[in-house]
Design a protein around this ligand. Sequence first.
Ligand SMILES: Nc1ncnc2c1ncn2[C@@H]1O[C@H](COP(=O)(O)OP(=O)(O)OP(=O)(O)O)[C@@H](O)[C@H]1O
Ligand SMILES: [Mg+2]
Length: 239
Amino acid sequence: MSPSPDQVLLQLEGVAKSYVMGAVTVPALKPSTFAVRSGEFLMVLGPSGSGKTTLLNLVGGIDTPTAGRLLFRGEDLAQMADAELTSYRRYRVGFVFQFFNLVPTLTALENVQLVADLVDEPLDALETLDTVGLGDRANHFPSELSGGEQQRVAIARAMVKRPALLLADEPTGNLDFETGIRVLTVLTDLSRQSGTTTIVVTHNSVLAGIADRVLRMRSGEIVEVEEQPHPISPDEVRW
Ligand SMILES: Nc1ncnc2c1ncn2[C@@H]1O[C@H](COP(=O)(O)OP(=O)(O)OP(=O)(O)O)[C@@H](O)[C@H]1O
Ligand SMILES: [Mg+2]
């Protein structure tokens, strides 16, 4: 069943990305048609090189497709003026990367505040740190935090601007399993409480059960989209 238009946050229509490397063309993403639904927790699974990051970067407007169209609330990203695309990235999209990307010379709170200051109606930076369980670490520098704590600061930083779309590329890829589960719990809680549409990329298929839908990729193609009417909570994930 295809979702009704008002349930669609982002529509991909034949979206593709190729890289030309001399005489060789690498089809990182083959033409893909897919609707991201408002409020869903979507997980993108696939082996290394299958096109997961390419897909996420296209969706987040930090990369442009070589074919097809991306419609955010019906508006074609490619038709947006530069300023509008910048504002899409700044106001609508929150990014969480595998390597936390925190500013080392700023405290946890300052890292979050930096992003809050970019937008008109941010959440309170300290409250957001509190939400990810780090209210008491606000004045710590990244080097004084564990990997999982740094990643939770990165999530707070992405959430503080109240994005319509939260994108996380291997947010647990650099963490041990237990810490990864803790980070995913923060992500699922935040997304379900605030209704933020969330896309998490991972190559770890044991995590699939926590998502509303799972999109599987192989060799640059979306090969399967699976509905999960009863997602489990991250602490129920078993190896
Ligand atoms: N800037 C680039 N130039 C050329 N080829 C690229 C570039 N970025 C990605 N590719 C190629 O596109 C394909 C998909 O890459 P992508 O980074 O999307 O994979 P991935 O699924 O995220 O992999 P991983 O799990 O290792 O992060 C790969 O074959 C990769 O080598
Ligand atoms: Mg990747």
